[in-house]
Write a protein that binds this ligand. Structure first.
Ligand code: C2E
Ligand code: CA
Ligand code: CA
Length: 761
């Protein structure tokens, strides 16, 4: 039996010694203390084996000394290990220091006990014919024992207090260590209260040593790490599914459970769920890694998933695989929305200009053999509609028009909103059906809820030069409309060589204008304004361009162009100045009572300070403001009414006479007359006489004149070209006449010759 224990204790010592060797090589934090624990544990076992094997009392005595000293330092090392393992704050270091010095003292005491026998003494005891050397304790041994219990108590406190502070996932770690410790204490107690022939507590030391080793070197890095990874995976907001090599799902995190609607105990369904998800994607599934984005529907809701597959290998052999799935639905939807917004017009949902350019160019490059055309659409007087009915109604109209265009052109056409009220379509030339467009467009003209005569004009450019920039193709389609703006009978116009010619012509005029003004090519023609008996009271200054190469140009050739591009103000300011200069000349020659009317274009307000301009002119030429009459039109008052009214009021206060030109030609708003300081109403007979029922027309004219009189306005009738008109107008109270019946516009010098001479002889 003795030799059995000798062998067992030696074996335990060898095991601990080997573990000490392993622990010493590891690089973890507790390495030093663990090695010491195992080394002293080994010393405890081996010294006890020597006690068992002792041949005489002296040998047993020395072995006991080594045994007790080893226990001292073993306990001390366990304290160190626990402190390190539990990350105790350094103040405990004081405790350790005290124990250190005590154990130095105790070790010396025990070492010298061989000679002094003051701590213990060895006694031979016989049992069943075998001699056992047991130690008998003396007073100082009790102190040694008490110190051992105190340090054990401290170790116990360190471990238990830690248990209260940490998450339960760490409990195993400390409980393992505590268990090793408790085993030692129990076996030690058994020994103390037994016959003490054999110290069984040594087995406890060996077991505890193995446990400590396992806890520090095996459990902590592996098991705990695994637990922590799982914790991370559980809290991860992406879905994670882990499979073994037989396609059994061995782990699925919370997110994945929610996502695939998988409940506990249904892990088998994971494999099917993943297979179904991946069935539509054509990827090589044999690789160790792949990453795909796939769209799927889960319970009717659409998802975009980013699926990452990882095959797991150890030493080259597959041990399983896992999926990491991110929900990218929000990102992809935002991206798609962004793409849509970047390429579409937000109001109408049609392509925007950039996208249209891009698509057209691409299509032209791809289908070189096909003939295409560009169809432009422009809403006539859209600005007026917007101003009168509000931008909300304007938007509704634009949406209706775009719905129409989208529906009218087939899916192979591209339809876009270029700007405001300008639309454009690109389609195969053969697909363009003029008759159908003419017929169908009438429907939207009726559909608009607001009571407004909506009119849409179309310009068509058959692309004959595919090298042209897309913007130029569109320009050409719109040019076809611009050239025919006044054509109220037709709706669809084609870009042709004539249009092209006109375009070049306009470009030339634009380039020439400033030079021509400087060279005096712009002339004033004056159309006399007479009383019914033909007496000239004054005249309207009308511009003519005596162009160096084009000859004498009438205003209709260039006024609309310069109104479009804003250059009209150069012409007007020049004419106003010439008119003022002329009035000054007349004043000097005794004709101070004659006047000249000048035209003010709506665009002038944006480019010229009208008030300053006229104020300065009358000052500069020292003429009466009432001699320089100002003609404005109704369209002039479409927007920015307050500011314009203010300016007109100021001019009126200064003595200028304000004339409302072409009254009756447009959307004659009686409202305007209510607020504006208008002194003269110019009725355009040309427009009025276009009416079918002359009788009704005459009634209207009569009432308009009556109204003007009520408002203390002078009435001028323009476009009077026959005698009967004069008779009628005279009978209803017209004051002044301007028209071919009396005189066409004539050069200024001719007009001056006519002054005071009846125009019609
Ligand atoms: P408007 O201001 O209404 O000028 C009257 C136009 O009617 C003149 O054409 C004149 O020749 C024409 N007219 C006068 N009586 C008769 C008639 O009995 N029968 C017909 N068929 N026509 C008649 P014009 O001079 O060709 O001017 C055309 C338009 O050009 C003018 O219309 C005016 O809007 C614009 N315009 C002319 N000169 C200027 C200018 O210096 N500045 C601006 N902003 N516009 C101008
Ligand atoms: Ca005029
Ligand atoms: Ca007029």
């Amino acid at each position: 039996m003795k030799s059995f224990y000798t062998f067992a204790f030696t074996a335990a010592g060898v095991v601990l010694g080997m573990l000490a060797g392993f622990a010493g090589k590891k690089k973890n934090k507790c390495r030093r203390w663990l090695t010491l624990v195992l080394v002293f544990g080994m010393a405890v076992c081996v010294s006890q084996a020597f006690v068992m094997a002792a041949l005489n009392a002296a040998m047993a005595n020395v072995s006991y000394a080594v045994f007790y000293i080893s226990i001292d330092w073993l306990l001390y090392s366990v304290l160190g290990l626990c402190e390190d393992f539990t990350f105790q704050p350094p103040r405990r270091g004081v405790f350790k220091k005290v124990f250190f010095w005590y154990y130095i003292f105790d070790s010396i005491l025990i070492a010298t006990d061989i000679f002094t026998d003051i701590v213990y003494s060895v006694k031979a005891v016989e049992s069943s014919g075998t001699i056992f050397y047991v130690s008998e304790f003396h007073l100082l041994y009790q102190i040694h024992l008490a110190a051992s219990y105190i340090i054990s108590f401290v170790i116990g406190i360190v471990l238990v207090s830690k248990l209260f502070k940490v998450s339960t996932i760490y409990w195993d770690k400390y409980i393992l260590m505590l268990a090793g410790f408790v085993i030692v204490l129990i076996l030690d107690a058994l020994y103390v209260f037994s016959d003490r022939l054999i110290d069984y507590s040594v087995i406890g030391y060996a077991l505890a040593g193995v446990l400590f080793y396992y806890d520090v070197d095996v459990y902590k890095p592996r098991v705990l790490l695994g637990k922590m990874f799982r914790g991370i995976a559980d809290n991860e907001c992406d879905a994670i599914l882990l499979f073994d090599t037989d396609n059994n799902c061995i782990y699925i995190n919370e997110r994945a459970k929610q996502f695939f609607r998988i409940f506990d105990g249904e892990l088998d369904r994971c494999y099917e769920a993943m297979e179904e998800l991946l069935s539509k994607s054509h990827i090589d599934r044999t690789t160790d890694y792949y990453n795909i984005i796939c769209a799927t529907k889960i319970e009717g809701v659409k998802f975009h998933l980013d699926i990452e597959f990882h095959r797991l290998r150890r030493s080259g052999r597959e041990i399983g695989y896992y999926y990491h799935i991110q929900d990218k639905t929000a990102d992809i939807e935002a991206l798609e929305k962004g793409k849509y917004l970047a390429s579409h017009d937000s109001l109408t949902g049609l392509y925007n200009r950039d996208e249209f350019y891009h698509l057209v160019r691409k299509r032209l490059n791809e289908e070189k053999e096909t003939e295409f055309c560009v169809v432009a659409a422009d809403v006539k007087d859209f600005k007026l509609l917007n101003d009168v009915f509000g931008s909300h109604n304007g938007d509704v109209v634009l949406q209706k028009i775009s719905d129409f265009l989208r529906g009218f052109f087939d899916d192979s056409a591209f339809v876009c909103r270029i700007t405001g009220d300008r639309f454009c379509a690109f389609l195969r030339r053969d697909d363009f059906d003029e008759a159908a467009l003419k017929r169908d467009v009438v429907k939207i003209l009726d559909v608009n809820d607001i009571n407004y005569p909506l009119s849409i004009q179309f310009g068509v450019y058959f692309i004959d030069d595919t090298e042209l920039a897309v913007s130029q193709m569109i320009d050409r389609a719109f040019m076809a409309i611009a050239e025919n703006k006044e054509d109220l009978r037709n709706r669809i116009f084609y870009y042709d060589s004539e249009t092209k010619e006109k375009r070049y012509f306009e470009q030339r005029l634009t380039g020439d204008l400033l030079d021509s003004i400087a060279k005096g090519e712009l002339k004033i023609f004056v159309q006399p304004q007479c009383t019914a008996d033909g007496k000239i009271r004054g005249g309207e200054a009308l511009v003519r361009w005596d162009h160096h190469s084009e000859g004498m140009l009438n205003p209709e050739k260039f006024i609309p162009l310069f109104e479009r591009n804003g250059m009209i103000s150069y012409i007007d300011r020049y004419i106003w100045e010439m008119a003022a200069k002329t009035l000054r000349k007349w004043k000097d020659s005794g004709f101070a009572d004659r006047y000249l009317s000048v035209n003010i274009s709506p665009r002038d307000f944006y480019f010229v300070d009208i008030y300053d301009e006229f104020h300065n002119l009358v000052k500069k030429y020292d003429i009466a403001p009432s001699q320089l009459k100002l003609e404005i039109t109704e369209t002039f008052m479409i927007n920015d009414i307050d500011r314009k009214q203010f300016i007109l009021d100021e001019l009126h206060k200064d003595g200028f006479i304000i004339e409302m030109d072409d009254f009756g030609s447009g959307y004659s708003s009686l409202n305007l007359l209510k607020n504006l300081p208008v002194d003269v109403l110019k009725l355009d007979m040309g427009f009025l006489y276009k009416a079918r029922d002359m009788d009704r027309c005459r009634k209207i004219i009569r009432i308009m004149i009556e109204l003007a009189k009520e408002l203390d306005m002078t009435v001028i009738c323009e476009g009077v070209d026959d005698e009967s008109q004069v008779h009628f107008l005279d009978s209803v109270g017209c004051d002044i006449y301007q028209g071919y019946y009396f005189s066409k516009p004539v050069p200024l010098s001719n007009f001056e010759n006519l002054l005071d001479i009846p125009a019609k002889l």
